[in-house]
Design a binder for this molecule. Structure first.
Ligand SMILES: Nc1ncnc2c1ncn2[C@@H]1O[C@H](COP(=O)(O)OP(=O)(O)OP(=O)(O)O)[C@@H](O)[C@H]1O
Length: 760
């Protein structure tokens, strides 16, 4: 970036107005204006090619050939890779210009004509192998469950004896199972194959095209055939050892921004549509049954999933709701049990009662269908006004649903109609702090045909072991398969990573300012263009940083309204409003904690700054993964570190090295070997401490804090809340009942009830 005179203020400082508006045509949006100005932003707009990996595959004659990016995996769909991504709205997920409409229409037409012209055939096993390899998709059987099924049919005594023998030998060695066997299922080459091969209704395929989705991403390519029709997706030899007559349990580990959300939504919507269509055929009224639950760790993510789902389900009649305060499920979906049994009733630990965006503040809107009549259907719960809904798909945070499933009077409710439970960001949901709640929901889904899917960009082996253990606990568990996209490296391959060292905390603030006021070569080396996110370790640090920076933007450029702070201590309403302002492009810089590190999709975020070093490799992956979504290139992730952070930078440096290795020869290398060798190895104990307490030097309570920005980690606050949780929840319930109405939505409410950054 040039240090040109035009960008200097009268004081000789670089003018943030000029810097921040670089690439934004003059006459850009005024504060408060809802639509973003068009901008030449590298990470914005519709993507021509959302796939990340296109390795060479050997040709039939043994020569290697480069897979052309313009080909679909099966070669059927031509995608214009050169289509311009300039002049695009920051977060343009729904575009309305004429060109876009035309291109959508073209995709729909193309898919329709492809369907007509071709009788789509399944691919040979060899071709499947090559395509999967080229896109770095690896499938493994984690448990065939054949043995379990046979065991369950044997008399109990014999079973117990065999189990003892096996345990004695060590389970892994004793198994003659096809444990960890690799599979090569049919990949999904084009979205039209969803209809042609896997029975997805035409309307849903049309809606995908309406979204501008031209090619399946790797995770979609690998997962959808298996999730929709496992028997068709696998070969006869493969199915000999697996019972695929029904659905599977499935673990998917795929990069951030690779489209996992629609991957679990498509089968859910398809199943609901099939059921609703059947009812239509019977000339009876459409019956909505809660069949699918999606659990996500934060309300922002839950609302986003609902939004994405509703776009896909448009015009299908399928109802998708987010679990909100004051919502009751229809009586068919919920069964009440008087007795207290092993299902946990102390879910209020660590979670505040009454989570969920309240109706007025839910900027994501509501479903267009019925079920809105206010009612007090459940006389056993509070006198709070209730609204009964009858969704086909319910998206929820753990606590929101648990509030409904258990009550203070000891009544436990189950969800017998749910046959599909999907955990998004599964590694967080199975982290010790959420595990109890997640398992409680799981136990409440009592259908014997319950199937589970687990989704994340990171999945530590201990979490996978838990999945293996818990999924095996049912009476007839289906096979458990795992898909890993990008093979095994924990990486964010399609963005630029930068590590910036400063000796001290004040130096770090200065360095951040230099990125915003680029008077130095720093900014030239690490250009940051709005919109971007800044992550801090704690809420007070986020707030303090916001106070520091908010007057940096001149009034003429929108002033302090361009910078906002979002964290879990804000009220749901305030959070929703900030999300809307950031999505619309009104806010350019969003300072936050790890509450936004997971899953949240801001299509056009150009940069992510880790002002405070992330607490783990996984944390870095998720933070950095807020940019470079859906294959977009040009995103930048900057990580600052000080002397105090040095012990913890190694895991970040490892992710960066793995990302750069995956990206191939392109671009410079951020982490040189000497740096990796020089960084100290961190003990397990230190890693644990980092997760629990964050970096000590940033904690105001240790007396070591070197700046005003410092305090307890989110993990600790949660722990404290855990202790106080039950008492507070009960007090609050009483208070609310007394008030007889909805909870006041005040800023600063202690909604510290969700994921705020504590992963392995
Ligand atoms: N086939 C596709 N083509 C283009 N864009 C897609 C496609 N599938 C999904 N997307 C878009 O990609 C973006 C990222 O998708 P999504 O949020 O599902 O990613 P994710 O894999 O869940 O990421 P994370 O791990 O961060 O949660 C979304 O804006 C989504 O609409």
């Amino acid at each position: 970036m040039k240090d040109d005179a035009n960008t200097r203020t009268p004081h000789g400082k670089m003018d943030i107005l000029k810097i921040l508006t670089r690439g934004i045509p003059s006459g850009g949006r005024k504060p408060g204006q809802s639509t973003a100005p068009t901008a030449n932003l590298p990470s914005a707009g519709n993507v021509a090619h959302p796939q990340l990996f296109h390795d060479e595959i050997p040709s039939k004659k043994g020569k290697k050939r480069k897979r052309a990016k313009k080909e679909g995996a099966g070669g059927e769909v031509a995608v214009d890779e050169d289509s311009d991504v300039s002049d695009i709205d920051y977060f343009a997920t729904q575009r309305e210009d004429g060109d876009e409409d035309q291109s959508k229409a073209a995709v729909i037409e193309e898919q329709a004509s492809t369907t007509k012209k071709k009788r789509v055939k399944l691919m040979s096993e060899d071709d499947c192998r090559q395509i999967l390899k080229s896109h770095r998709l690896k499938f493994t059987v984690l448990a065939s469950r054949k043995e379990e099924a046979v065991e369950q049919e044997q008399p109990t005594k014999k079973r117990r004896k065999e189990k003892q023998d096996k345990d004695g030998k060590g389970e892994k060695k004793g198994k003659k199972d096809n444990h960890k066997k690799e599979l090569y299922p049919q990949p999904l080459n084009t979205f039209s194959e969803l209809q042609d091969l896997y029975g997805v209704p035409a309307k849903l395929v049309e809606n995908l095209a309406e979204q501008g989705f031209k090619l399946p991403t790797e995770v979609q390519m690998g997962s959808l055939p298996l999730l929709l029709k496992p028997k068709k997706a696998l070969t006869k030899t493969e199915t000999d050892d697996l019972d695929v007559s029904k659905d599977l349990d499935f673990v998917a580990v795929a990069p951030t921004g690779s489209g996992k959300t629609i991957t679990f939504l498509i089968p859910a919507i398809t199943n609901a549509m099939r059921r609703l269509e059947k009812r239509e055929g019977e000339a009876t009224e459409k019956e909505h049954i809660l069949e699918t639950i999606v659990v996500a760790p934060t309300r922002e993510l839950a609302n986003q999933i609902v939004n994405e789902g509703r776009k896909l389900a448009m015009g299908t009649g399928v109802r998708i709701y987010s679990m909100q305060r004051g919502i009751q499920l229809g009586t068919e979906d919920v069964v009440e049990h008087q007795e207290e049994d092993e299902v946990d009733s102390d879910h209020s630990e660590g979670e505040e009662a009454g989570e969920g965006i309240n109706d007025e503040s839910d900027s994501d809107g509501d479903s267009s269908d019925g079920g809105k009549t206010p009612t007090t259907t459940n006389k056993k719960t509070s006198s709070r006004p209730q609204r009964t809904v009858q969704p086909d798909i319910l998206v929820t945070t753990p606590k929101s649903l648990l509030n409904l499933l258990t009550s203070k009077s000891g009544i436990r409710r189950t969800l017998p109609t749910v046959t599909s439970l999907n955990l998004d960001e599964a590694d967080v949901l199975l982290d010790p702090l959420f595990r109890k709640q997640t398992l409680s929901i799981w136990k409440s889904c009592t259908s014997p045909s319950l199937r589970l899917t687990f989704w994340s960009a990171t999945m530590a082996s201990n979490i996978e072991s838990l999945v293996l253990k818990y999924t095996a606990k049912r009476s007839h568990p289906p096979p458990l398969l795992r898909l890993v996209v990008g093979l095994k490296d924990t990486a964010v391959p399609n963005i630029t990573h930068k590590l910036i060292y400063t000796a001290t905390e004040p130096g770090k603030l200065l360095a951040l300012r230099q990125l915003l006021h680029p008077t130095s070569t720093e900014a030239e080396a690490h250009p940051l263009r709005p919109p971007f996110l800044i992550f801090t370790q704690t809420i007070p640090r986020a707030t303090a940083l916001h106070n520091e920076l908010k007057y940096d933007i001149p009034a003429a450029a929108g002033g302090s309204s361009r910078i906002a702070v979002l964290h879990s201590s804000l009220s749901p309403r305030a959070r929703a409003q900030i999300m809307t302002r950031f999505r619309s492009g009104e806010v350019w810089i969003l300072i936050t904690t790890d509450v936004l590190a997971r899953g949240v999709d801001f299509a056009g975020v150009n940069g992510v700054v880790s002002y405070d070093v992330p607490s783990s490799a996984a944390s870095y992956v998720h933070r950095a993964g807020r940019t470079g979504r859906a294959g977009r290139e040009g995103g930048v992730a900057v990580t600052f570190y000080t002397k105090e952070d040095i012990p913890f930078v190694r895991s970040v440096a490892n992710v960066i090295a793995a990302s750069e290795k995956q990206a191939g020869d392109k671009g410079e290398k951020t982490v040189q070997k000497w740096l990796l060798d020089a960084l100290p190895k961190v003990t397990k104990e230190d890693k644990r401490k980092l997760k629990v307490r964050g970096v000590e030097a940033r904690r105001a309570d240790t007396g070591k804090a070197k700046s005003a920005i410092g305090s307890k980690s989110g993990w600790e606050r949660r722990r404290e809340n855990n202790r106080k949780g039950a008492i507070e929840a009960s007090k609050r319930r009483k208070r609310e009942e007394k008030e007889g109405g909805a909870k006041k939505d005040t800023d600063g409410a202690d909604n510290d009830d969700e994921f705020g950054g504590f992963d392995e």
